[in-house]
Design a binder for this molecule. Structure first.
Ligand code: GCB
Length: 757
């Protein structure tokens, strides 16, 4: 019978490359570690130059006991990004792709007594996706490792990291069970399906032929899996029996559900229109990086459920098995995807890698009812559009349909993807990553844009695969503005968007970017280094930002009241506006236990002109049913300057100073005359004109190159710019800019507006 044992203790680690698979190594240079482990937990969240390279893990172990002819395997749930496994100095297997499971069958490499396993992990590889993106590419054995022993006859381990059994429940009352078996005598497969009370609901068996089997188990009138409303699961036990003896057994939680995604009605689950409203998430958290514990992952899911979400986009890679399991149990509808993001590399190695990662994603996670769409890519137009990219996406889309005819495919597009572009119609459904009101445009622009994407492609289901705005918990303002990084602006941004989204059920799914702040090593903005701060909850999971409660008010059925402002304590205003988020119909506010003010309303309650006394003020909000929340504010004479993000002075080298010395812009105002180029043009357009190219070269790329230290981004601007085809200069400037003085922007616009189109 199959036995599994957690294999996460007593590993040794060295943060450098060498012949470390050699058994004669001096182990004194290694440090003892427990898995999961990453070497980037600190540098990956704080500096552009986090360690990327090949590092080694080793472990000595006694040969496990196994039945004669049995196999001994090690299951790695993920090793980032490329792994090589050696046993007793001999190469066993290589795996390319940092977020998916693989097995190493080490049986033939073992000796009696003590053995050694050495595993390299390399996060610097050029031929593996992700190639380039807005998150840290952690290295390490950062998900659990399991030792597995099986008898000679067992479910196959040669099925792309899956465990070789694929279950397809059908709402018409049966489960299709198919799979692969290895060993000398293939035997018989028995499947028993029981309901949530453990009562047998269906059973079936079939002989294995040439290592394969397929059977149909009848489960009449199945209780459906209805997302967060009723995530009902059955348990399927699939056994392999040889000569009447059970030799291998696997167990799954399965769910019966059917769905459609309609361009007008959105997502329909078991015939019920169910707009998917939720968040996207990465796996990492503060100081642990991507090497998080089971408890951490449970906490993440609990926070998402508390906010009332019913969907998660698991960005931008394959997530831990446990995340899919918890989603099944909690009823979350998932968008699961591969790390084919931002940049497409047309090399054969990269194409093969995207293909193998897609195969692994689908086959390893096929049995989860929570997975609704397979995401084949993210924002790939940023790296430039080409026929080769379209071909690659079409191939991935077809492959995914072949691997799984029961689910739909999805692609997340940059919002600027042009009308009629093939990227809008390759997959079954589309999502857009839209940041109007943050990188560009206004919050209000989102409403018209949402209608526009629907009108432009009325026959394609459209959703919003990302939208968000950053907030860093130390910045606050009573007059929040775009890009001020205050908690208050982020809340306003989401107030607009959640309303526009709620009013548009045709949006099949919407995902806030992001549920949690996450590590993005190359970022340095908002007074925070190495971090993307668009989370609803901080990187350490300790603080729920104001916007968290806004969504809770919209989405959760658990009644609550939340008074905003608990981190914006020191106030100089005589009177303030007090904001309350609640899903109760009425709330009552009192200040310093004085006069009580009651307001009826819907989710957002604003009390204006609330006077503050000098010193401490306690604000209490209550709602019928016993709900209450309070904050304590302190009124001071002067506004607290510590709440305002200081303007960062970029210190330029003399050489670059000289560059701009004689180039003084005529005015600090941007104009956009009709028929001329400007910073509002996209890079394709600008770079197709030699004069505009020259202006970009002299005013932006060259100074950035020389001052790479001061600007801190080396050639990133140029890289992004030249690959960013359809993004406007203004957008990239907003995103990566501010590293050169704004003079550069005005000068460039002045030059461009003199060049006729
Ligand atoms: C995107 C990317 C995501 C980034 C996000 C942002 O469109 O898909 O990886 O983190 O924008 O915050 O800019």
């Amino acid at each position: 019978m199959r036995k599994t044992q957690a294999w996460n203790n007593n590993w040794q680690f060295i943060k450098t490359d060498g012949d470390f698979y050699n058994i004669e190594i001096d182990e004194s240079q290694f440090e003892a570690v427990t898995l999961p482990h990453t070497w980037n937990n600190i540098d990956g969240q704080s500096t552009v130059d986090y360690y990327k390279g090949k590092c080694w893990y080793r472990k000595n172990f006694e040969k496990p006991v196994v039945e004669s002819e049995g196999r001994i395997l090690i299951q790695f749930e993920a090793v980032a990004q490329v792994a090589e496994v050696y046993v007793n100095g001999k190469f066993v297997v290589e795996h390319r792709g940092g977020y998916s499971t693989f097995f190493a069958d080490i049986t033939e490499y073992l000796v009696e007594g003590t053995n050694n396993i050495s595993v390299s992990a390399d996060n610097s590889s050029k031929d593996v996706y992700p190639q380039n993106s807005d998150f840290t590419f952690y290295g390490g054995i950062y998900r659990p490792v399991t030792l597995i022993t099986v008898s000679n006859n067992h479910f196959s381990f040669d099925q792309d990291g899956s465990d070789g059994v694929f279950l397809t429940p059908n709402v018409n009352g049966y489960v299709d069970v198919a799979g692969f078996v290895a060993g000398q005598n293939n035997g018989k497969v028995i499947c028993k399906i029981s309901d949530s009370l453990g009562t047998l609901a269906g059973t079936g068996e079939i002989d294995v032929h040439h290592g394969q089997f397929q059977l149909n188990v009848s489960v009449p009138n199945p209780h459906l899996w209805q997302g967060v409303e009723d995530p009902y699961l059955y348990t399927a036990i699939v056994e392999l029996s040889v000569a009447g003896v059970i030799v291998d057994s696997l167990s799954y939680r399965i769910g019966f559900r059917s769905y459609q995604i309609d361009p007008n009605k959105g997502f329909i689950l078991n015939g019920i229109e169910t707009p998917l409203r939720g968040v996207a998430k990465h796996q990492c958290r503060e100081d642990k990086g991507i090497a998080v514990s089971y408890a951490d992952q449970i906490e993440d899911m609990e926070l998402i459920a508390e906010m009332g979400a019913n969907t998660i986009r698991l960005a931008h890679y394959q997530h831990a098995a446990m995340t899919y399991d918890l989603s099944d149990e909690m009823g979350m509808a998932l968008w699961a995807e591969i790390p084919f993001t931002t940049v497409f590399e047309p090399s054969k190695e990269c194409r093969d890698n995207a293909t193998s990662q897609m195969i692994e994603l689908v086959r390893q996670n096929y049995n989860h009812p929570s997975i609704i769409v397979w995401g084949i890519g993210n924002e790939l137009s940023l790296g430039g559009e080409s026929e080769a990219l379209y071909d690659e996406l079409r191939a991935l889309n077809d492959l995914t349909h072949t691997l799984d005819p029961t689910r739909l495919t999805a692609l997340a597009n940059a919002s600027i993807t042009k009308l009629g572009a093939p990227l809008r119609s390759i997959t079954d459904v589309i999502g857009y990553n839209q940041y109007l009101g943050w990188y560009n445009g206004t919050i209000e622009d989102n409403a018209a844009w949402m209608d526009q994407i629907h009108e432009e492609d009325p026959n394609i289901p459209v959703g919003i695969s990302e939208y968000g705005a950053d907030s860093v918990m130390k910045w606050h303002s009573s007059e929040p503005r775009k890009k001020d990084y205050t908690e208050e602006y982020q809340a306003l941004y989401h107030e607009g968007n959640v309303k526009y989204i709620t009013d548009r059920p045709f949006l099949w799914a919407t995902h806030v970017w992001n549920m949690f702040d996450f590590a993005a090593a190359f970022r340095d903005e908002g007074g925070s280094v190495g971090r993307n701060n668009k989370g609803m909850v901080t990187f350490d999971r300790k603080t729920k930002k104001e916007a968290f409660y806004l969504y809770k008010a919209y989405w959760s059925k658990d009644k609550f009241v939340h008074i905003c402002g608990r981190r914006y304590v020191k106030r100089a205003e005589e009177q303030i506006e007090v904001k309350i988020y609640s899903n109760c119909d009425e709330v009552t506010l009192s200040v310093n236990n004085g006069h009580k003010m009651t307001q009826k309303g819907d989710k957002i309650f604003i009390f204006s002109g609330i006077p503050l006394e000098m010193g401490e003020n306690t604000l209490l909000v209550t709602a019928p049913g016993g709900y209450a929340d309070h904050i304590v504010l302190e009124r001071l004479e002067e506004p607290n300057a510590d709440y305002i993000l200081p303007v960062v002075e970029v210190v330029l080298s003399d050489e670059v100073e000289q560059w701009f010395v004689n180039l003084v812009p005529k005015s600090a105002e941007l104009t956009f005359p009709e028929g001329y180029y400007s910073v509002k043009d996209d890079f394709d357009t600008l770079l197709s004109n030699p004069e505009a190219t020259e202006a970009l070269q002299t005013l932006i790329f060259e100074p950035i190159r020389i001052d790479s230290e001061a600007t801190g981004i080396e050639n990133t601007m140029k890289d992004v710019a030249t690959k960013a085809g359809s993004i406007t200069f203004e957008t990239i400037w907003d995103f990566l800019g501010k590293r050169l003085p704004s003079t550069a922007l005005y000068l460039l616009n002045e030059r461009l507006t003199q060049i006729k189109k």
